[in-house]
Write a protein that binds this ligand. Structure first.
Ligand code: NDP
Length: 334
């Protein structure tokens, strides 16, 4: 399957181009950027034959079957809608859009066009998260009481542009990391947050956008989720804990782009290390996307999953902004 990339991005360069090329039939044939010079340089650096600034031209290339959108967040909606209108399958970066309405429109358009539309929530592709999900689903920890997500990172220097100073581009830690945590909670627990309370702050990096957030989410089952995201924590490490009536799962270093981290299951029987497959997260996501295009199953995270993670993130920001508990609005038909 031949791909066009929209966005001369770091994530494509570090992970997704390689993940596409890891597929037996995966090829990157075009790149679209907002700048002709950047397009040329990026294409040369990554061995992409065609590049330019004309989205319509790329989308009219009959070789292009699928499009990966990894531009800044405010561009996702328009670019994905154009790709869908051109009948292309789309893998879109998170957050799908800046508003719920835009994200819903993308899903509706893809449904109407009969194309695969997926969200690049990589964490649910990891062997570690899949192993934890299986433990929970098998009842190994009993009824889930609570989930604590630790996702406070130290944003690398090269990613400190629009993310920390441009609200218009969709900057801020909530659209950047809270969306991932919302997807993790939904994936692990198999239910969607109902309401949230939250605080956000600028603790050293954020300039006009929040660089830190803490929130508590109520789940339909009665379980509670506590979530912490930040750009400013050099030594916090990442992880999660799931506590149930019959056991607890402790996972360290698992909120990452690489297949690393340790998981421990603690029950009345004692403590045991949990093994998991260490495949590449992005290649796994791409494999499931390619399979979905072949008519075999669904992508790892669908467009609807992207709508829901965005809905939670929007509720967290609104709860923090207003200081009030917010019901999560998933929109009509969710
Ligand atoms: P980057 O900042 O690297 O790239 C975003 C855009 O910025 C590019 O499309 C490019 O625009 C422009 N750009 C890149 N380099 C320069 C430069 N030197 N000068 C001027 N403009 C430049 O973003 P990321 O790769 O970090 O993120 C892109 C998207 O991917 C976001 O939506 C983000 O949320 C998501 N993401 C997802 C991850 C995941 O694991 N799912 C991880 C990281 C990011 P143009 O295309 O016009 O050239």
């Amino acid at each position: 399957m031949r791909w066009a990339l929209i966005g001369a991005s770091t994530i494509a360069s570090q992970y997704v181009i390689g993940a596409i090329r890891a597929q037996a039939d995966g090829e990157v044939v075009r790149l679209v950027s907002g700048s002709a010079a950047r397009a040329r340089q990026y294409a040369a650096d990554h061995g992409i034959a065609e590049s330019g600034t004309d989205l319509d031209q790329a989308l009219s290339d009959p070789r292009v079957a699928a499009v990966y959108v990894s531009s800044t967040n405010e561009k996702h909606h328009e670019q994905a809608m154009a790709a869908i209108a051109a009948g292309r399958h789309v893998l879109c970066e998170k957050p799908l859009a800046l508003t719920l309405e835009q994200a819903q429109a993308m899903v509706a358009a893809a449904d109407a066009a009969g194309v695969v539309f997926a969200t690049n929530h990589h964490l649910r592709c990891s062997g570690s998260h899949r192993a934890m999900r299986a433990l929970i689903a098998e009842g190994r920890i009993g009824r889930v009481l609570s989930l604590r997500l630790f996702h406070a990172v130290h944003l690398p220097e090269n990613l400190r542009g629009w993310r920390i100073n441009d609200a218009g581009a969709g900057g801020g830690v909530i659209p950047d990391i809270t969306v991932h945590d919302a997807d993790v909670a939904r994936f692990l627990l198999g239910e969607d947050p109902v309401s949230v309370v939250a605080q956000m702050a600028s603790t050293g990096m954020g300039d006009g956008v929040e660089d830190s957030a803490m929130s508590v989410w109520a789940m339909p089952s009665g379980a509670m989720v506590m979530s912490h995201e930040s750009f400013t924590h050099p030594f916090a490490g990442s992880g999660l804990e799931v506590h149930g009536t019959a056991g607890s799962i402790f996972a360290r270093g698992v909120m990452t782009q690489r297949p690393v981290g340790e998981i421990e299951l603690v029950t009345a029987a004692g403590r045991e290390a949990v093994a998991y497959p260490d495949h590449d997260l992005y290649a796994q996501g791409l494999a499931e996307f390619h399979a979905a295009v072949r008519g075999e199953g669904r992508p790892a995270a669908t467009g609807r999953d992207g709508v829901k993670s965005l809905a939670v993130a929007l509720a967290v920001r609104e709860a923090a902004r207003t200081g009030t508990r917010q019901a999560v609005d998933y929109g009509a038909g969710a």
